[in-house]
Design a protein around this ligand. Structure first.
Ligand SMILES: Cc1cc2nc3c(=O)[nH]c(=O)nc-3n(C[C@H](O)[C@H](O)[C@H](O)COP(=O)(O)OP(=O)(O)OC[C@H]3O[C@@H](n4cnc5c(N)ncnc54)[C@H](O)[C@@H]3O)c2cc1C
Length: 336
């Protein structure tokens, strides 16, 4: 038996699953609503993924041009809070490059890719990788690339009561600036990211962005999403990537979770493709693997995000870290 899998959504989760399955001989088609290349709202800081995992997905070589990041500086607003060497190097790679490179790899391996088409359908043999579930939300995410912007460390994070902004370099030396802000309705327009940064009380950072050069076409925004496990309606759908769970962005672990959820789905789907497992059995195995992989880090990320978004929480965290009561490295690992 050789069954064909349909993947709804060709983002990181859908494409990496498609590639891993093609490498193992499974027939796959991906239906993607948009096209490649394109900028996406994402901090583009990839941490916590092992080279062995990228190898198993068949995509490690695509990271050859990524920036390798080793240092980070965190700020309470504009006040320095901590500077550290990262417990393990992280990658800086743009979605503009990565999604297109994955799509090309998938089609080269014989995968069927249909762009510019929303998937409509359901039932057996469909993996949902359509990204965040649309829902009323207090958050808005904004991102843009900048040229001529100097950084204090490979990853700068500015925290405040209303959200946070991360700055990091990607493959072409451009700086990705990406923030999570409280949604106040009107956040559109060419300099929305700079305006939101200023409104968040980060006047000096907003000035640095104004003095740098915004890369045309790179400003993007998303709203209508919630963090954590996505509401699993009792519809029996198989979900991977953000469609299953969204980790708070300050962790820089969402892309890794997309890859890891694809990897966890690979072997059960190979067995389903060969007729060894029924759809319900493969789906249940994958859901269980996702719970085992992600439940702990999602819990920690939620707790830490709540702490970091409150002035007192930030002060307390800074104090505990400076006294050595809590180690940055320990917290960093808890959310990966
Ligand atoms: C503000 C912000 C900052 C972030 N920063 C980081 C970071 O620094 N590091 C990190 O690791 N993660 C970060 N993330 C998270 C990361 O972007 C996601 O976890 C990752 O994109 C998930 O990949 P995915 O494939 O599940 O979803 P997506 O990348 O969203 O892909 C879903 C795809 O499905 C398509 N689609 C949607 N509906 C349909 C449909 N009906 N039919 C067909 N196609 C459809 C979409 O066009 C899209 O291409 C951030 C997220 C936000 C919001």
């Amino acid at each position: 038996m050789n069954r064909q899998l349909t993947i709804a959504g060709g983002g990181l989760a859908g494409l990496s699953l498609g590639i891993a399955l093609r490498l193992r001989g499974v027939q796959v088609r991906i239906i993607e609503a948009a096209s490649y290349p394109r900028h996406r709202v994402c901090g583009e800081f990839i941490s916590g993924i092992a080279e062995t995992e990228l190898d198993a997905l068949g995509i490690r070589d695509l990271f050859a041009c990524a920036k390798l990041h080793t240092t980070t500086s965190w700020f309470d607003g504009e006040r320095p809070m901590l500077s550290r060497v990262l417990p393990a190097p992280a990658y800086g790679l743009s979605r503009y490059f990565l999604d297109a490179a994955l799509a090309e790899r998938f089609t080269k391996l014989g995968g069927e890719l249909h762009c510019g088409k929303r998937f409509e359908g359901d039932g057996e043999g469909v993996a949902w990788a359509v990204g965040r579930m649309k829902t009323e939300s207090k958050w808005i995410g904004l991102k843009a690339h900048f040229d001529n912007l100097a950084l204090d460390a490979d990853l700068e994070i500015h925290l405040n009561d209303g959200g946070y902004i991360g700055l990091t370099r990607v493959e072409n030396d451009r700086v990705n600036v990406c923030g999570l802000f409280r949604n106040r309705g009107d956040m559109s327009g060419g300099n929305a990211l700079i305006a939101a940064t200023r409104d968040a009380g980060l006047a000096r950072l907003a000035q640095r962005l104004s003095d740098a050069q915004l890369v045309e076409g790179s400003l993007k925004g998303v709203s209508h999403f919630c963090l954590g496990w996505q509401r699993e309606r009792d519809d029996g759908r198989l979900r991977i990537g953000d469609t299953a769970a969204m980790i708070p962005p300050f962790t820089g672990n969402g892309m890794t979770m997309a890859f890891q959820s694809a990897l966890a789905a690979t072997e059960p789907l190979v067995r389903w493709g060969a007729g060894v497992l029924e759809w319900e059995e493969a789906s249940a195995e994958i859901r269980l693997a996702h719970r085992r992989l992600f439940a702990r880090r999602l819990g920690w990320a939620r707790l830490l995000q709540s702490l970091l978004l409150h002035r007192i929480g930030r002060k307390l965290s800074a104090m505990l870290l400076s006294l050595g009561v809590v180690r940055f490295e320990t917290l960093y690992r808890k959310v990966r």
